[in-house]
Write a protein that binds this ligand. Structure first.
Ligand SMILES: Nc1ncnc2c1ncn2[C@@H]1O[C@H](COP(=O)(O)OP(=O)(O)OP(=O)(O)O)[C@@H](O)[C@H]1O
Ligand SMILES: [Mg+2]
Length: 241
């Protein structure tokens, strides 16, 4: 775990009078799953959204593979290889799995959507990722919460991201589904050697799955812990100090 894939330097962001982030810096390495924890309103989602090009920072810099990047939109960030799974899945329930996966990035041949080709590419991707989903032609509304979360993640993987940002990917899932999602994410990050940042509240799962833990409080990173050297009691104490 040596090579840096993403670096954030001195990011600050205010929303009116609210200082959501103050001088936040972090480094993410290839093949690393970094967890960010903190109480509600600590600034976790804002930080991920800045990295993903949803918001622009008031100050600070972002480097992807050691080159500075300035994103004007999430599309810019996606083109550069940064993908985010949002706190709410943002899927279209009445579209099927394939349509959701290619939403906004549909493959067009001439004037028409090439649905057949999208299906073919998706099937190959599923095979490559060893990913199990009931039917790629099923409407997303008929899938379980865990399956929907997997579709949301799958959507970010179609274009081989360098950095994957996951904002509470298991918040609404059963214990079994959470485990399935996190095992998949962890394995993906290791086999593809991408960088992952994951925000969550389940401290036991964080200790189990992450390679490193950053603790945020009131818009700042206030501690860094290795999972094998900490425990949920200490983490809660740090979050609340
Ligand atoms: N678009 C916005 N406009 C105004 N204020 C915002 C906006 N987004 C976030 N904030 C504020 O910034 C602060 C940080 O919010 P953020 O969503 O980043 O917290 P969080 O750590 O993700 O919390 P949670 O665990 O509840 O998801 C909060 O005070 C929040 O109210
Ligand atoms: Mg949040």
């Amino acid at each position: 775990m040596v090579e840096e894939i993403l670096r954030v330097e001195g990011i600050s962001k205010s929303f009116g009078a609210i200082k959501a982030l103050s001088d936040v810096s972090l480094i993410l390495h290839k093949g690393e799953l970094l967890a960010i924890i903190g109480d509600n309103g600590a600034g976790k989602s804002t930080l991920l959204k800045i990295i993903a090009g949803v918001y622009s920072p008031d100050s600070g810099k972002i480097f992807l593979e050691k080159k500075e990047v300035k994103f004007k939109s999430p599309m810019d960030a996606r083109k550069a290889g940064i993908e985010m799974v949002f706190q709410d899945f943002m899927l279209c329930p009445d579209l099927n799995v394939t349509q959701n996966v290619f939403l906004g990035r549909e493959i067009v041949s001439g004037e028409f959507l090439n649905y057949k080709l999208m299906k073919k590419i998706l099937k190959e991707k599923l095979k490559d990722l060893k990913f199990d989903i009931p039917s790629i032609e099923k409407k997303v509304r008929f899938l379980s919460g865990g399956q929907q979360q997997m579709v949301a993640i799958l959507r970010t993987l179609m274009f081989d991201p360098k950095v994957l940002l996951l904002d509470e990917p298991t918040a609404n899932l059963s214990a079994g589904a959470s485990e399935q999602v996190m095992n998949f994410v962890k394995q993906l990050i290791k086999t593809k050697m991408i960088g992952g940042i994951y925000v969550a509240h389940d401290l036991n799962a964080i200790i189990r799955y992450s390679d490193r833990i950053l603790v945020m409080r009131s818009g700042r990173i206030i501690a860094e812990k290795m999972p094998e050297e900490t425990n949920p009691v200490e983490l809660v104490r740090l979050m609340r100090l």
